[in-house]
Design a protein around this ligand. Sequence first.
Ligand code: AMP
Length: 562
Amino acid sequence: MDFIKIAEIFDKIDKEGITGRIELTKIVAKFIAGVSDEVLQIILLFFQGKTFPIWSNKELGIAENLVVKALSKTTGWKEEKIKAQIREEGDLGNVGGKILSGRIQHSLFSSEMENLTVKEVSDSFQKISECSGGGSQEKKMQLIGQILSKATETEAKFFVRLLLGEMRVGIGEGVIRDAIAIAYNVEPKLVERGYYLISDIGKVAGIAKANGNNGLENIVLEIGIPVRVMLAQKVNGVRDAIDEFGKCAFEVKYDGMRIQIQKNKAHIYLFTRRLENVTTQFPEIVRAVKENVQADKVIMEGETVAIHGTNKGNEEERRRPRVFQELSRRIKRKYDIDEIVGKIPVEINLFDILYLNGKPLMNEKFENRRKILENTVKTTEAFRLAEQTITDSIEDAEKFYNYALKSGHEGVMAKKLDAAYQAGSRAGYMYKIKPIMETLDVVIVGGTWGEGRRAQWLASFLLAIRDPVSNKFLTIGRLGTGFTDEQFKEMTEILKELIIREEGKEVEIKPNVVVEVAYEEIQKSPSYTSGYALRFPRLVRFRDDKSHEESDTVERVEELSR
Ligand code: AMP
């Protein structure tokens, strides 16, 4: 298949600003209905703006500068001139396309051009991801140049956007799922089920195409590809869980990163809840699995927690969790890993098992899965089973909850004893119970202009709290979620009037608008002038009733943080 075919579809979606779910679904369904098996997976990745599935550890590692260099080499344009053009247009994809269009016109007169194929583009991504070591940038540039030299304007535009991971044509998972259901006349629910089990939408589409609903029903999980994890619902207290489940399992809710551990003989894979492959970042977990899991093939889940470490005092102190940011450093670190392993030790608290030696266990009751888990792993100081108590006594459950909080954990999970594992679903078999965070009323003091569809709006807002002593506003985080499109528009209208200064995409805003935000946690942070950062702030409501002078203060944040 020629790359131009899909590039033209992207161009239509982009130029016409198509964002409606129904229309996008129709476009994708119509397109994939006629796509050959060979390129189906690639096309579905491209539709999502991806070059590789999220769980593969392949990445392109391409910065804008390298693409500028490749464009310069291919066209003879000076790098500076290309950069100036980007500043004007704001999108390297568009610029690349435009620069190349002149050249293509020219070469069309002189010689017949061979068409660029989808397979060729995909192969080039593959080769780019394999470049490593000395001279890899040069090699990558050559590979990019080879494609660019064959590309038309539209092809170049979307090739560059794919390279940079900035498609700006927002086609989400839901649309892809529905499109597969329409294209191959299968049940959307079964497509979803298959996708949650093998996280490989191309493969699911292939099965839907070849064997319809029947094929989808027979999908089982596979080692090497992550399963979508089961999610928890929030309830107010342990009483709610016991009312609902009766006798149930309460477990410590550890505050870290969910990890899915997969073992296939000597091969170990570690995936996050978002399906990212983090195997290389945690060599000590890989080692622990090799040494302590007594089975050939296993899929297990647990929570990875950064802890204070081994040299300090008693067990309670050693195991005291560190703030999430420390774990984040481990996740992001891609080099000199051994060094950071020593500095930020982690422990794993295992809480589920989904597969053992060829047998999927998802339909087993939770209490049986836990027993199988206990029989499969040998626990060590840093490779443990989640602490658990099974009870129907509210008093005992509350004691356990208080104990969990006192030990520095987030709260508890309550799990229904006879429930199956529902991949990707918030099925109501697992509840989380944690203290309710009080919201904060904060002032907007800055923002960033959006991109693509949101280029006309301010899309992220810099939040601040008041320092009553200096009467200044000190920053504490950025807010970009919880808004509807209407609210983004409305906010931009209001805030536009208050812009004091603009630099690139950043704007400084006169403190005036107050918003109430919820958040997961308050952390100490050097990134903001208050010295604190809100983790995952989200909009609760606009406080039109409050002036900026009534916003929350540094003292209040200090108190909540304590
Ligand atoms: P939340 O992220 O607040 O929705 O809470 C659910 C998350 O708690 C899960 O995705 C896990 O990462 C984490 N968690 C911590 N301890 C446990 C546990 N014992 N059982 C299940 N999930 C846990």
